[in-house]
Design a protein around this ligand. Structure first.
Ligand SMILES: [Cu+2]
Length: 168
């Protein structure tokens, strides 16, 4: 009985390791590799974000955390195959207090401006609209400490493609 308990404990423990540990290691490895292969000055900042989107209308990140008072480099990738007219994606960072659904509703009508309302004061920064296989990189100063919403403003996408941008 005692041995059985011991065996069960080992199984549970190794399951925990294979689930939790693996992903952490992978992330660290990818970050290190980016640092080594790129030589520009921006590498020194820890605010280097790679946001991946696809044909399934999804971002790989639901939460982005950056340090205040530093430059942020955000790379938006679209790993799908569909054209931007059908499955276009962007990254739009909203000012605090902006209602995400109201913004997305207005943005959906701004087709001629890649779904960014003209003369808006509710957008801190945004990428261009990209389609499958494309990438866009933007650089900006991290806004003041706090939590912000981000979304893709292509019509109908914000329901799945949104998240929190947290400045610490
Ligand atoms: Cu989208």
């Amino acid at each position: 009985m005692k041995n059985l308990h011991k065996a069960a404990t080992i199984v549970v423990f190794s399951l925990l390791i294979s689930c939790g540990g693996k992903e952490e290691k992978k992330e660290g490895f990818q970050y290190d590799r980016t640092k080594k292969t790129e030589t520009s000055k921006e590498d020194k900042t820890s605010n280097n974000i790679v946001l991946v989107s696809d044909d399934l209308m999804k971002f790989n990140l639901k939460e982005i955390r950056v340090k205040a008072g530093q430059k942020v480099t955000l790379t938006l990738k679209h790993t799908g195959k569909l054209d931007k007219k059908i499955m276009g994606h962007n990254f739009v960072l909203l000012t605090q207090g902006t209602d995400l659904v109201s913004f997305a509703t207005v943005a959906a009508t701004a087709r001629d401006n890649e779904y960014i309302p003209e003369n808006t004061t509710e957008v801190i920064v945004h990428t261009k609209l990209i389609g499958g296989g494309e990438t866009d990189v933007i650089e900006f100063e991290a806004p003041a400490k706090g939590t912000y919403d981000f979304l893709c403003s292509f019509p109908g996408h914000y329901g799945l493609m949104q998240g929190k941008f947290i400045v610490e």
